[in-house]
Each structure stands twice: as structure tokens, then as C-alpha cells.
Design a protein around this ligand. Structure first.
Ligand code: ATP
Ligand code: MG
Ligand code: MG
Ligand code: MG
Length: 485
């Protein structure tokens, strides 16, 4: 089943059950100073959950474009994390609650394909509930008929959902599919989250969270005015299930980009790996990263983000650079985006016509960014070559932290690339020294930013003295007095 068809079926299931179909909000989260990008379907509905605004409907459904940069290091190494993905959702604003949400979800996933559902085998479905949520446990067990062995109670990190920042939150129930022994170890979601793949999360949105970065330890401020439902089904994950492929990078909306990279680099894909994503050949991981990041770049620029050195623009820049670097490491030398981006456009245009109609603008930003990065790489490579030759001449085996830092700082030359190229020449790099210099620089930048924000002068130099030598006493009068004696 094609991704566009899964999306259509999802929306029509909920529309038939009284939900208003609401379009996706754009990716940049412009209304929330704490959030760079929309990371879930519920974000555009936050004021309704908090009771700040009255929703025009009791029930809504949407397919929301999402960005999750915290997942960037997982891309390609798990079967299920993209930096961009689409979240199918249904929402109840003080209308149905746990039983309604679980029943509506179960009906859609187990209804046969002929009847308009997704036709999943009930025997392979698992559910999780929050530790003490007996109500949800009972609905799964008594009403739906899921055996107790396939209902798992999990703690706050997995089964108590929030956006990661202050706002609505609540216990949740996640739905998993056991993809079978070839995908990993037996024992349920707590043992192997790639074999048992989470594809849908039902959140019982009833409380408000306060600030705090710790996933398991943030204050709950109190109850929301109503009991709500917020669900999110990963469209790409469902597509990977229904298309019978190993991971989300192999679905119809992404695979052609991956295939293009295969064709460009002459590398093989998938022949050296089994079904377990975490054991993939490094080339396979890189090819997936390229496919994911090129698609994300397309969608971000389409929504008005442009590469820059801060905020949203910097996220985009980092994602583009990772894609460009990855394809160079697979042996492709010239500009890659003019080859890859049109393929991504053709994948996404059926669902998002604006990526085709606005392609000229999108491409001009993307190609200019790649040109600039390639010249950075060229400049840095010359410096790196010289540094490596000097090191070897002096009988050394390792580049210094300062050299790596200078490449990074002056030429924007990423450390991974320094490591990779040095390794090809049989040289190591003092990574620890590099990281020390990086964190010193970060500390300076933070102090500067703080000074700009508060209008205070830069005290970081004093702070360093303090940290190095303990508290400093003011002895000026005495000393001056002594000197003048
Ligand atoms: P996981 O535990 O696999 O990282 P999650 O619990 O962080 O997923 P939720 O916040 O519950 O995910 O989001 C709702 C749904 O969105 C998930 O059930 C999944 O189907 C999908 N999803 C979440 N993160 C991603 C991602 N990075 N790429 C693709 N789909 C995702
Ligand atoms: Mg996650
Ligand atoms: Mg999860
Ligand atoms: Mg989840």
C-alpha cells in the first residue's frame, strides 16, 4: 500500500467517525519560543488542550509534518527514525477518552485491507500502558481481548508523554508490531524496540507539565480543564509495515532517493546486511542518512527555512552538510544535490504539490549551500593535507587537537571528516584535545551571549580565574598601602 493511500485511509476512517480533517501546520513552530520545529501532531492544538482557546470541533484528525533533530544520530542505524516524518493523528477535545481512542485505533489497524483498514494480524500486536494505568490495561485486556502477556507496563520515560517542554502531558499507551525473529530478540518492546516496532502512540492528555529537561523528572502542575485524546501514528513506520520492507528508508517516498545515491556512487545497498538495522554495513547506514536528510532538506526549505548559522537555519545547514559529507565518503566528488533533490521532489510532490511548484526556489537555496560547503571542504582539505604531511615528516602519528580545532573553527571543517581523512592516511587525531578546545569555545560563546542578553560585561575571564584558583579576596587597599610605604 502506497504511503499516500495509508494517509488517505487514516483520514477517512476518522472523518467517518466524526472528526474534522485539519491540514498540517508548517514545520517551523513560530508560535512557540521554546520549540524550533513542530515535533508532533498535537502542537498546533496546544491552546485547545490548555483551555486557552475553544476548539471549533470536538474531534479532529490530521497528518502533521514533523522534525525531530534529537533523533538525528539514530537515522539509518535503527529501522524507524527519520529527521523528517509525518504523524497521522486523531484528537478529542474533552470528548471521547481512553476507551474511544483504543477502540478507534484497534478497528483501523485490524480491519481488512479490502474493507479499508490496514489488515494487521492481531496475534502480532503488543500494547504498553503507564505503570499504574489499570483502566487502559483493562480496556486492552477485557474489551479488545489482548492477552496479558502482550500488555506491558512501562515507566515515565516511555509511557508518559509530553512535548519535552512545558505544556499538556499525560500517560500514554503505545501500540507495537512484532515483526518476527529475523528482526531481533524475543521478549517484547522492553527487550528490542526494533523488532517490536512502535507505530502508534495514544496519549491520554490530562495534565500540564512544568519546566525541566529530565525526561522522567519534571513537575506536574495540575490537571487540564478537560480529559483529551492526542494520538500519533508514524506514517513512514506504517508504510514500512504495509510495504513489507525492513525500515522506513525503503518505503515508496524515500527509497528512490536512496537508489539514486546507489547509482551515483556505485555502492551496493543491503547485500551485506541482514534485517537487523543495528547490524547494518556502514555503507547502508550512509545511504539511508543521505536519503533521509535530502528529503528533510527539501521539506524544510519548502516551508521557508533557509540555511544559516543559527536557529532553524542552522539545523537545516547541519542536515544538508551531513548528507553531502555522507555521499562524498561513499566516493562521489562533485555536487550531489542537483542529482538527488529532484528525486526527493518527485517522491513528495504527490502529497505536497508545493515542492514541485516551488522547486526552483528550493533548489536555488540548496545548490548554493552545497557549492559553499564544497568550497569550504576544498580549502580545509588543502590545510589538512599540509598538516598531515608535516606530521608524517616529523615522524608523528597523530594530528594535534589544535590542528583539528583550527580546521573546524576557521574553515568549518567537521571533525568526523578530519578523523576519516586522517585515518585513510594512517594518522590518528587528538580528539580529546579537540573536544577540550571546542568546549572552551562554547563556554566563551555562551558567556558572550549571556552578556549580550543581560547587557552585563563579559565576566568569563574572571570566572576562569575563580575556577582555577578558588575565591579571590580583594586586597587592593592593603597592597597599595604596602607599596606606597
Ligand atoms: P520511539 O520510541 O520509537 O523513538 P517515540 O515514542 O519517541 O518513538 P512518539 O513521541 O510516541 O514516538 O511519537 C508518535 C509516533 O510517531 C510513534 O509511535 C512513531 O510511529 C512516530 N515517530 C516518532 N519518532 C519518529 C521518527 N523520528 N521518525 C519516524 N517516525 C517517528
Ligand atoms: Mg523517540
Ligand atoms: Mg517510544
Ligand atoms: Mg511513543
Amino acid at each position: 500500500m502506497r504511503t499516500a493511500e495509508i494517509k488517505r485511509r487514516f483520514l477517512s476512517h476518522f472523518e467517518a467517525n466524526g472528526h474534522a480533517v485539519v491540514p498540517s501546520a508548517p514545520l517551523p513552530a513560530i508560535d512557540d519560543p521554546n520549540l524550533l520545529f513542530i515535533n508532533a501532531g498535537m502542537v498546533q492544538f496546544v491552546p485547545y488542550f490548555l483551555g486557552q482557546r475553544t476548539p471549533p470541533w470536538k474531534r479532529a484528525t490530521s497528518v502533521q509534518k514533523c522534525i525531530r533533530t534529537p533523533d538525528i544520530d539514530e537515522v539509518g542505524k535503527t529501522s524507524r527514525h527519520g529527521t523528517f516524518f509525518q504523524m497521522n493523528g486523531n484528537f478529542s477535545f474533552g470528548d471521547y477518552f481512553k476507551e474511544g481512542a483504543i477502540t478507534l485505533a484497534w478497528d483501523l489497524i485490524t480491519k481488512s485491507v479490502e474493507e479499508g483498514g490496514f489488515g494487521l494480524d492481531p496475534e502480532r500486536i503488543w500494547a504498553t500502558v503507564y505503570l499504574d494505568d489499570d483502566e487502559a490495561f483493562d480496556i486492552w485486556h477485557s474489551k479488545i481481548g489482548l492477552p496479558e502477556e502482550r500488555i506491558v507496563r512501562r515507566g515515565k520515560a516511555d509511557n508518559y508523554w509530553s512535548m519535552g517542554i512545558p505544556g499538556p502531558c499525560g500517560p500514554c499507551s503505545e501500540i507495537y508490531l512484532d515483526r518476527g525473529p529475523e528482526y531481533g530478540r524475543e521478549g517484547g518492546p522492553e527487550v528490542d524496540e526494533d523488532r517490536y516496532m512502535e507505530f502508534w502512540n495514544l496519549v491520554f492528555m490530562q495534565n500540564e507539565r512544568g519546566p525541566g529537561a529530565d525526561k522522567e523528572n519534571y513537575p506536574i502542575l495540575g490537571e487540564l480543564p478537560a480529559k483529551n485524546i492526542d494520538t500519533g501514528m508514524g506514517l513512514e513506520r506504517m508504510a514500512s509495515i504495509l510495504q513489507g520492507v525492513d525500515n522506513i528508508y525503503e518505503i515508496d517516498e524515500i527509497r528512490p532517493i536512496l537508489d539514486k545515491a546507489v547509482q551515483m556512487t556505485g555502492r551496493e545497498y543491503g547485500t551485506r546486511s541482514g534485517h537487523v538495522a543495528s547490524e547494518s554495513h556502514p555503507d547502508d547506514v550512509r545511504l539511508r542518512v543521505i536519503a533521509d536528510h535530502v528529503r528533510t532538506s527539501l521539506m524544510l526549505i519548502a516551508d521557508g527555512v533557509t540555511p544559516s548559522n543559527e536557529g532553524r537555519g542552522y539545523v537545516l545547514r547541519r542536515i544538508m552538510r551531513r548528507a553531502i559529507r555522507a555521499i562524498r565518503l561513499l566516493g562521489w566528488q562533485g555536487p550531489a544535490l542537483p542529482e538527488l533533490l529532484p528525486v526527493a521532489r518527485d517522491c513528495m510532490a504527490p502529497s505536497y504539490p508545493e515542492v514541485a511548484s516551488d522547486f526552483e526556489r528550493i533548489a536555488s537555496y540548496a545548490y548554493a549551500e552545497e557549492e559553499a560547503f564544497l568550497s569550504t571542504l576544498r580549502a580545509g582539505t588543502t590545510i589538512l593535507d599540509t598538516a598531515m604531511a608535516e606530521t608524517k615528516l616529523a615522524g608523528g602519528t597523530r594530528l594535534t587537537g589544535e590542528q583539528a580545532f583550527q580546521l573546524h573553527d576557521t574553515y568549518g571543517f567537521p571533525i568526523d571528516l578530519t578523523l576519516e581523512i586522517a585515518a585513510e592516511q594512517g594518522l590518528a587525531v587528538d580528539e580529546e584535545g579537540f573536544r577540550r578546545l571546542m568546549s572552551e569555545q562554547r563556554r566563551r560563546a555562551k558567556a558572550d551571549a549571556q552578556a549580550r542578553k543581560t547587557g552585563h560585561v563579559d565576566l568569563s575571564a574572571y570566572r576562569q580565574v575563580l575556577e582555577a584558583g578558588g575565591p579571590v579576596e580583594f586586597t587592593g587597599y592593603e597592597e597599595t598601602a604596602r607599596e606606597s610605604r
